[in-house]
Ligand binder design. Sequence first.
Ligand SMILES: Nc1ncnc2c1ncn2[C@@H]1O[C@H](COP(=O)(O)OP(=O)(O)O[C@H]2O[C@H](CO)[C@@H](O)[C@H](O)[C@H]2O)[C@@H](O)[C@H]1O
Length: 486
Amino acid sequence: MQILSVTAEIFPLAKTGGLADVAGSLPKALQAHGIHTRSFVPGYPGVVRALSEASAITEFDNLFGERATLLAGRAQGLDLFVLDAPGFYNRQGPLYTDTHGREYADNWKRFAAFSLVGSQIARGLVTNWRPDVIHAHDWHAAMSLLYLKYAGDDSVPRVLTVHNLAFQGQFPAYYFPELGLPAEAYSIDGVEYYGDIGFLKGGLQAADAITVVSPTYAREVMSPAFGMGLEGVMNERHVDVVGIVNGIDLEVWDPSSDPYIEHHYSTRVPLRRLPNRQVLLRQFGLPNTCGPVFASVNRLTWQKGMDLLAATADEIVRNGGTLIVHGQGDEALEAAFMDLMRRYPQNVGVSIGYDERLAHRIHAGADAMLVPSRFEPCGLTQLYALRYGCVPIVSRTGGLSETIIDANDAALHAHVATGIQFTPIDKQGLRLALRRALRLYRLRRVWEGLRRQGMKTDCSWHRSAARYAELYSELLNPDMRLVRSA
Ligand SMILES: Nc1ncnc2c1ncn2[C@@H]1O[C@H](COP(=O)(O)OP(=O)(O)O[C@H]2O[C@H](CO)[C@@H](O)[C@H](O)[C@H]2O)[C@@H](O)[C@H]1O
């Protein structure tokens, strides 16, 4: 089976968050099911540079006003189609914003162009290659499904995965005439969205199947609190919505061979993990105390509950713990953490920025990983933490509630607990969770049990890749689908 994956990010070539990790690792996992994926990505400088054996498939003289070339090639074990359009993608800084963090004004055009070409690949633009299924990820790629639908071509089933409903690609309606869609596409069944145009909304209407990244999130998005304005569409399409938990790439995240960490370890030799803690504390200029090292590797945003962490960090400090924060995001939150570091130089270390290597080192060195998200479709940080023996402390929402087993009495007794979950998701909830963690950390055997159980957890793509494979097969054999849901 051949899949066309349409994605604006792909690890290790272009990443701002979890979307890249999933788009980069799912193709590898699908191979075991006889599924071959070709990923279509924008030609950011890092992507074009990494391409080997690149060949030009076709040229566009005027793609939304820019010249572009569709390339095919390989990079880092991935089979790629790349839209090389320097006017759109050859820019410095992050993928969607300028170096000052401002969204590019032409993002609507950058990703409409990308999506249009994605739909054309699905329709046979590349000689001798057509996918059996097109699988688009998030708002940047969602319109590829809508372009396909309005081209009147229903021969290729359309899957949309929503990694985070908070990012929707909403733009003023006056761009609609430039999208090259028929007039009827500006409607409730198409791209019209509260009087604007909504790229994700359009994709949701055009998809044959919609996946979100955990079953809990699939239920949550049906409500106004999590649906972010799209709960109506989600409810209307509920029969076609399915939640599939993300897996992680066990080769990229492997403490027994990780090139980014100094001391390798595994469940068989867990004590070898300890020196990584010392390396980490030294790197942040912090003393090596007997209290726990709490960490956070995250976007510094409201979604991730980082304001809650900034407001409760004193609980860690007062109880002899250490806090290490690595991330970037809202300026006010960056300033709040820098301020904490100035106030508590012996207990708080902060690094503002985005650094893959440091992220690995923190997972390998810290005792606990804090993920106090207000909502979290799946979350990957807590899965990496499990694998690295760093006990996750998570809010009870979305995929966090499904991937971490809370250290309650029954779970501890049955030796299945892997971390701490807390609710309500507010300052008091997090404060109490920190106190629980501090208490459990003092019970060394209990804490080691949590760590060990976490490291044994299967976070691989094994089960979830099978779910995607099953979904693709169902779409290609609709009879099978009817039998299943009967
Ligand atoms: N400062 C930093 N330096 C280096 N690396 C950093 C970093 N800050 C974050 N990262 C990395 O970025 C990724 C974040 O992935 P998450 O899944 O946790 O959240 P994100 O909101 O980006 O993803 C969205 O999509 C994913 C994928 O489906 C869902 O799991 C999630 O719930 C949803 O919000 C991880 O690989 C993490 O290590």
